[in-house]
Design a protein around this ligand. Structure first.
Ligand code: HEM
Length: 431
């Protein structure tokens, strides 16, 4: 029997399991089958206009802070020109996108340049304004720091508040904000469903079978749990991937130049939002995205699995039953026998016949029955955003040796990424 998800997931689960933390295999299969229709490749067309709409808003925000070009030879932009936080805006992009794809809600973070939103107190229904990302990141951080002693988790949550009123109490308070943010998203969307609105989104798929129209009759707790994982897994990882790829391209101008040439040849000079149809099969673009996911996978920590009772042979070594095992994608992606010069950002390694062999060691989305179900949606978002951005703008980091702050939790978090941004020379585009 193969391994299953580790107790790690049940320890962190709420009153009801969601697709990512359910351990029981038949229960997982039921959920995955229900959601498969929403995530299927053929449904991407369904979501593309929602992504394109977010792209328009992203470009509008970036256009307003565009500066004059960086003078030739100048490597350090003026501090006043570093007005666009690429990390925040790519995160606003993925949050606005998943809220629309998942719940038909327009969060408006890109328009506001801010992630303040309503959270709903789960006991009295009152609303308050909170910051979305701060709540999400704090939750991941607190959990990932103390989850590891599984049997002690609940006690350790209590103890951490007692011993660390400044640090942990603050994180757990923000975790309450996260729970109330998710709760509010679900109550709002359910009330639209109850009013008879038929919307094209994931929530509709949770409510009814798409072919027969038969209701799934899920418990309220399961609806909230599924809303939580779509707003979490569906936003943070993709946003990190988007910021990481731009960071790596700005550090590797040769690769950026090649990418731009490929994208420019596919798009009309004045095309602002890249139509997915035109860019989805661009080989260098896909190689750039995959190479960035290899060098800096958004999910770096080893995703824990449990060996079956009879034990399991893994990589030629017998591991006894009921043991936690894991491999970090960050580590696996540095296997020099598969990825020579693993630290180098070399999109070319993904091109040509030998590239197929690399797939066996490429696990940013994990693999198998518990691999990422949102992979296609993520590539849709990443592809449209990167193509549109490199076609329209030039960007510069604070300095060529600039490095972001990074903290590893359940994802490999990144701090701010301030850039100078300016419109490309129309002559270079042939306008
Ligand atoms: C670059 C972007 C992404 C990366 C790197 C990524 C990575 C992963 C990984 C590593 C897993 C396995 C987690 C585990 O075993 O604990 C996973 C599962 C999952 N991802 Fe993603 N993900 C991305 C984008 C998305 C998006 C856009 C969505 C939703 C729209 C999504 C939804 C999910 C869900 C629901 C699962 C659980 C699947 C299951 O257990 O059946 N992900 N993802």
């Amino acid at each position: 029997m193969p391994s299953s998800k580790d107790r790690f997931y049940s320890v962190l689960a709420g009153s009801h399991y969601h697709l990512a933390d359910v351990v029981d295999k038949p229960e997982h299969a039921r959920k995955r089958k229900m959601m498969a229709a929403a995530y299927a490749l053929k449904n991407l067309e369904e979501w593309e206009h929602k992504v394109a709409d977010k792209m328009v808003r992203f470009l509008r925000a970036a256009d307003t802070v565009c500066t004059a070009p960086l003078p030739m030879g100048q490597t350090h932009p003026d501090v006043a020109d570093l007005a666009f936080d690429y990390r925040s805006y790519t995160n606003f992009f993925t949050l606005d996108a998943i809220a629309d794809i998942g719940l038909s809600e327009l969060l408006g973070f890109l328009d506001a340049g801010d992630d303040e939103c309503d959270a709903e107190d789960r006991t009295d229904g009152s609303l308050r304004r909170v910051k979305f990302r701060e709540a999400l990141y704090a939750t991941a951080r607190a959990q990932s720091e103390i989850v590891w002693a599984y049997d002690w988790y609940k006690f350790n949550v209590w103890l951490s508040k007692l011993l660390s009123p400044r640090y942990f109490s603050r994180l757990w308070k923000l975790n309450e904000n996260w729970n109330d943010i998710v709760y509010h998203r679900a109550t709002k969307r359910l009330s639209r469903y109850d009013k008879g609105e038929k919307l094209s989104d994931f929530f509709q798929v949770l409510m009814e079978d798409q072919r027969s129209g038969q209701p799934h009759n899920l418990e309220w707790g399961e609806l909230v749990a599924e809303t939580s994982i779509m707003m979490n897994a569906g936003s943070d990882t993709t946003a990190l991937a988007m910021a990481n790829v731009m960071y790596l391209l700005l550090k590797n101008p040769g690769a950026l130049c090649k990418l731009r040439a490929e994208v420019d040849a596919a798009l009309l000079p004045d095309e602002a939002v890249a139509p997915y149809q035109k860019v989805k099969y661009l080989p260098y673009l896909r190689a750039v995205l995959d190479e960035a996911l290899r060098v800096i996978p958004p999910t770096t920590f080893g995703l824990p699995r449990r060996t079956p009772a009879e034990g399991l042979t893994i990589g030629g070594q017998f591991v006894p039953g009921d043991t936690s095992v894991s491999i970090s994608a960050y580590v696996a992606h540095r296997d020099a026998s598969l990825f020579p010069e693993p630290e180098a950002f070399r999109p070319e390694r993904w091109l040509g016949d030998e590239a197929k062999a690399l797939q066996s060691g490429f696990i940013p989305f994990s693999t198998g029955a518990r691999g990422c179900i949102g992979r296609n949606i993520s590539y849709l978002e990443q592809t449209v955003l990167l193509a549109s951005v490199v076609h329209r703008y030039e960007l510069a980091l604070t300095s060529p040796d600039w490095e972001p702050e990074r903290v590893e939790g359940t994802t490999y978090q990144m701090g701010k990424m301030p850039v100078k941004i300016w419109r490309r020379d129309p002559a270079a585009l042939g306008v």
